[in-house]
Design a protein around this ligand. Sequence first.
Ligand code: KG4
Ligand code: ZN
Length: 343
Amino acid sequence: MIEDGSRILSSVVSSQLDVHAKYGGVVPELASREHLRAITAVVRQAMEQAACSYSDLAAVAVTQGPGLVGSLLVGITYAKAICFARGLPLIGVNHIEGHIHAVAMEAGAQLAFPALALVVSGGHTHLFEMREPGAYRLLGKTRDDAAGEAYDKVAKLLGFSYPGGPILDRLAPHGNPNAMRFPRAKMKGNELDFSFSGLKTAVLRWTESRDMTAEIQARRDFCKHTPHPTLDEWLALTPQTTRDAIAAFQATVIDELLTRSQAAADSIDAQSLVISGGVACNAGLRAAAQRSRLPCAVFFPTPALSTDNAAMIAAAAFPKFHRRDFADMTLRANAALTLAGAK
Ligand code: KG4
Ligand code: ZN
């Protein structure tokens, strides 16, 4: 629950990663079932933590898309039911805009415009120009995998559990990123676009060029019995050469993200750079962004607001609330909803 667009009264996140982990990725059917199972308790907990009742609410915001349609439908139906029962306005929010608002609500007036937004998650790697709050122009996007998807796929092929991004991030400082070099993507056409599938294939070829079957299987077997291995347990299962490959992979992703962000920031004379989405949790990316020669101030959300959460959706709904840009009961989930033409 959010007050005045920026004060978080409560933020409850129900993780279903354990349900999906044994399948190595999100299973859409299970995701919607878990949403249905969790939603009543999550809403109740959010109200309790905020010490609010339904009569204190001014509006209900809900993610309209993009995302998995089954999960979106659960949220939209629940939000509509509250609005219908309590006579409240309903506000549909774009998930990508939500990620940007996770930063905007914390940065407040410090966020100078024009701003550049890099949204990096399991589903997105997009660069947007923001001339002013709410005005987006797409500058570049991934042509294949999203950055988080590349992390998860590389982690999976190396035998780590899902989601692999946070695991590789914690292992990367234990390797030498200069011990090997993975290729950088050369983009024809829009040089602000990204591509991560070549990098993923390069890591795959690297594993195939060595006999790593036993090592990879040992990690897979270990996490079958131990759902959340500690860093020390992962390290014990990961020889130095593999740690080096992880460090080199992470360095390549960070380099791709920051090189293009720098070029995009220069091209629009950006006064600030917002980096948000699950991959914005990445410690290596945060450190590299602070070290880099980016031409403007860089803003990251606090880690809890980097990955998916409802507070950012409520924050993104506020400008719409003030414009009285309300949805009605015909609001539909849109799995392919775009922001400035980007899905
Ligand atoms: O924003 P998010 O919670 O959900 C989507 O909208 O996709 O992002 C989840 C993604 C996953 O791919 C996960 O592996 C990645 O963010 N991620 C990370 C880190 N923490 C989460 N990737 C790299 N390093 C991290 N520390
Ligand atoms: Zn997200």
